[in-house]
Design a protein around this ligand. Structure first.
Ligand SMILES: Cc1ncc(COP(=O)(O)O)c(C=O)c1O
Length: 436
């Protein structure tokens, strides 16, 4: 198995390795490279630590909560950010101690809070006044609380992944006074927050939004310290750093990014407060370490264009349908053959709806059935957003271990698993049993 020599590049399989993997495991297939992922996490931690010594990196598990990925992130020193009871369960099953998990979510049910308290999560991130009422039920056994703030910055990104503006369902608004009222309420309940959090948006290539978000929550922390004697022990500026989905996507270099963010936070805090600083990136830790392999099933020319249909799509990567996301796409001929000149194709998924994955993709003119298509940068928000639409089993994930071994870390569903949640009432059953 050949791995790209430069771990700073996006992970990509060589043509030979892609063919071997497709032969052995079938397609569609997610592939994650352990060495690449560990390298990326280490670099982020180092960059954060050199900008500010008392820092803590969380991995936003929504990006990829496959158990082995969580185990690697934890092993590299990450706290795990979980945004649901299911993600908490995933972290626990991956061997992450509960006190190394931060519990998020904009609408936590009492049962979820009870579970988080019972297992002993490290922090709960408070998101609404109703949640404060629910937390009050557990006030003698709560972990440290931090308050999620909406700092009122408008990031330059897709509207569906923009969360830091004043008009958002997440957190408490600083500008309309809700955030300060939340602080007062928690102090009254005897569970004063230890700090604050914001996450302003995702796939941000310009760090200005995180910089101003960091400054604003730090300034707010200082004001709460001055007005309410709040002991500020922790500040978290979320995730959001972009990745290289296209050649034009050039995210800020990690060292520079961390220096900018920390500088803005320290400016907002003033000279007296020096809490632990946190960040919780998802995609910028794992996206570039993963690829998806598809097989071409059909090449169909219509009047306007040629469709190349692959054996995956909406169910393994809903992001193109959700936000028109684009990805780097590479073609691999089944067997090595003379390279043809290229032309533009539309890569279509196998699902109903329009299920168009990528438009205007340059592929060799003689692209044909059984060729492979490798999509880079799919380590984040692919496996974790996958579904069984059209009753397709979700793809396997193969982890390329640091020692070169291949291990399946997530297999596809069996038919029994696919239908295990369902029953047909007796009076609706036909006489012919399925499978008989
Ligand atoms: C609260 C919170 N933290 C962290 C993240 C991770 O964002 P990203 O994967 O863009 O770094 C998200 C993404 O939605 C989020 O909502």
């Amino acid at each position: 198995m050949t791995r790209p020599a430069n771990l700073e590049d996006r992970f990509a399989l060589s043509d030979m390795a892609a063919r071997e993997l497709a032969n052995e495991f079938g397609t569609p297939l997610y592939v994650v490279d352990e060495t690449h992922l560990r390298h990326r996490i280490r670099k982020y931690i180092e960059a954060f630590r050199s900008a500010y010594a008392v820092s803590e990196l969380s991995f936003a598990s929504k990006a990829n909560s496959t158990l082995a990925i969580l185990a690697i992130a934890y092993d590299e020193g990450c706290v795990i950010d979980v945004a649901s009871e299911g993600e908490l369960e995933a972290a626990l099953r991956a061997g992450v101690p509960a006190n190394r998990c931060h519990f998020h979510g904009n609408n936590k049910r009492v049962e979820e809070i009870a579970r988080a308290v019972e297992v002993g999560v490290g922090q709960i991130v408070v998101d609404s006044f109703e949640e404060i009422d629910r937390l009050a039920l557990f006030r003698d056994s709560l972990p440290p609380l931090i308050i999620r703030l909406a700092p009122g910055v408008d990031p330059k990104t897709h509207a569906k992944i923009s969360t830091g503006q004043a008009d958002t369902k997440f957190g408490f608004n600083i500008s309309d006074g809700s955030a300060e009222r939340a602080v007062v309420r928690l102090i009254e309940l005897g569970v004063a927050p230890i700090g604050f959090h914001c996450h302003v948006g995702s796939q941000l290539l310009d760090p200005e939004a995180q910089r101003s978000g960091g400054f604003l929550i730090a300034e707010f922390a200082r004001q709460m310290h001055e007005r309410h004697h709040l002991d500020i022990r922790y500040l978290n500026v979320g995730g959001g750093l972009g990745v290289r989905y296209t050649e034009e996507d050039q995210p800020t270099e990690l060292g520079e990014y961390n220096r900018m963010i920390v500088e803005a936070i320290l400016e907002g805090l003033g000279p007296l407060l020096r809490p632990t600083l946190g960040q919780e990136p998802g995609r910028s830790l794992v996206a570039e370490s993963g690829v998806t392999l598809y097989s071409v099933g059909a090449v169909k020319q219509v009047a306007a264009r040629t469709y190349v249909s692959v054996d995956g799509g909406l169910s393994d990567n809903p992001r193109p349908a959700l936000y028109g996301s684009v990805y780097p796409v590479r073609h691999i001929a089944t067997k090595p053959r003379e390279v043809e000149s290229e032309s533009k194709f539309r890569i279509a998924g196998k699902h109903c709806e329009s299920d168009m994955l990528f438009d205007d993709v340059s592929l060799p003119r003689d692209v044909q059935a059984d060729d492979l298509i490798q999509v880079l940068c799919t380590g984040a928000y692919n496996a974790s957003m996958a579904s069984n639409y059209n009753r397709y089993p979700r793809p396997k994930t193969v982890l390329i271990r640091s020692n070169g071994e291949m291990q399946i870390i997530q297999r596809s569903e069996t038919w029994d698993e696919m239908f295990s949640r369902e029953t047909v009432p007796n009076d609706l059953r036909t006489t012919i049993e399925v499978g008989s």
